[in-house]
Design a protein. Structure first.
Length: 318
């Protein structure tokens, strides 16, 4: 099969079709999305070598659960061992022995086929086209914030970062009725959220607001976002960290102690609520699509995704 493989660099190659392990299904990938994590992997994040990609929609080709065969699905990306205390408590995403699709120990979705445990697969509603359903993983990650903390209509919330994830987070959090502001450095991306009725501010003109936000979500993908979050969160406020980037970050912890700031790391979320939001029409992620490329042009698609004016680049596998 064809696959985009990362070793020292990304290259489209012919590789063997994967063989599902016991309890796993074989999925023919229909569409995959390129995200910031994939870019960081190409820069050394997680020391991953293999086939990246974790945002996908596909059709189950074979499965030990016969009812899954032929079903259009997406998939939870964390595959736990099933035996550790975390897995027994339903927290496979924190299993110390887990593999993660296209990120850690498991080949991913930038290929014609992938494998996942059968219980990781989530059916996609027939009313959702592939172009929407492929957003379920990052949308679920945005929704995870509301699983972790309470955001009330009276709260002031700042989202730092106008990339794909920052925009999805902003779309989700505005449903709470909070006083939300998105800050970023790309006028065309800020304009997209502004057209949805959101409040936006360009980074270069954003005046530090002297610790006036109850919650700050850092989704910039850059260490400078952390410093901006610290300057803008209220005493006893909450900073939610969504960014992952390769390399270490040095910072002074004193402001966290002095101002009694809570810091919440936030990663993956549940897929069913994300699918439901899209199915009900409460969230439409398709304005974020910058282009759809065929599989044979996946290397160009990846290069295009690195351009600052682009948001979500998708790859049509079939």
């Amino acid at each position: 099969m064809k696959a985009l493989v990362f070793r020292e660099k990304l290259a489209l190659e012919e590789v063997p079709k994967p063989l599902p392990a016991p309890g796993e299904a074989l999925v023919k990938v229909l569409m995959a999305g390129i995200c910031k994590t994939d870019v960081e992997i190409s820069r050394g994040y997680m020391d991953f070598k293999g086939i990246p990609g974790h945002e996908f929609v596909g059709v189950v080709e074979s499965s030990p659960e016969s009812g899954q065969i032929g079903t259009r699905v997406t998939g939870e990306i964390n595959a736990g061992c099933g035996d550790c205390p975390h897995c027994r408590q339903g927290m496979e995403r924190h299993c110390p022995n887990r593999t993660v699709l296209g990120i850690l120990g498991r080949n991913g979705a930038f290929a014609e086929y992938l494998t996942l445990p059968t219980h990781n697969l989530v059916p996609v509603p027939a009313t959702l086209p592939d172009e929407k359903a492929v957003f379920v993983e990052p949308l679920a990650a945005a929704l995870e914030i509301l699983e972790q903390i309470a955001i009330r209509p009276a709260d002031s919330v700042l989202v730092i970062g106008d990339g794909k994830l920052g925009l999805l987070i902003s779309m989700v959090l505005r449903l709470t009725g909070c006083r939300l502001k998105l800050v970023g450095k790309h006028p065309e991306k800020l304009e997209l959220f502004s057209r949805l009725g959101g409040r936006v501010d360009a980074l270069e003109s954003f005046a530090d607001s002297d610790h006036s936000f109850d919650t700050v979500v850092e989704a910039s993908g850059h260490p400078s976002g952390w410093e901006l979050a610290l300057r803008n969160v209220k005493p006893r406020g909450i900073i939610v960290l969504k960014s992952t980037y390769h390399g270490a970050m040095n910072f002074n912890t004193a402001p966290l102690v002095i101002n009694e700031i809570s810091v919440v790391g936030s990663r993956c979320g549940r897929f069913e609520p994300a699918l439901r939001l899209m199915e009900l029409g409460l969230i439409d992620p398709t304005p974020l699509i910058s282009g759809i490329f065929p599989m044979d042009e996946i290397e160009e698609a990846f290069r295009r995704s690195l351009e600052k004016d682009n948001l979500k680049v998708l790859v049509q596998m079939t």
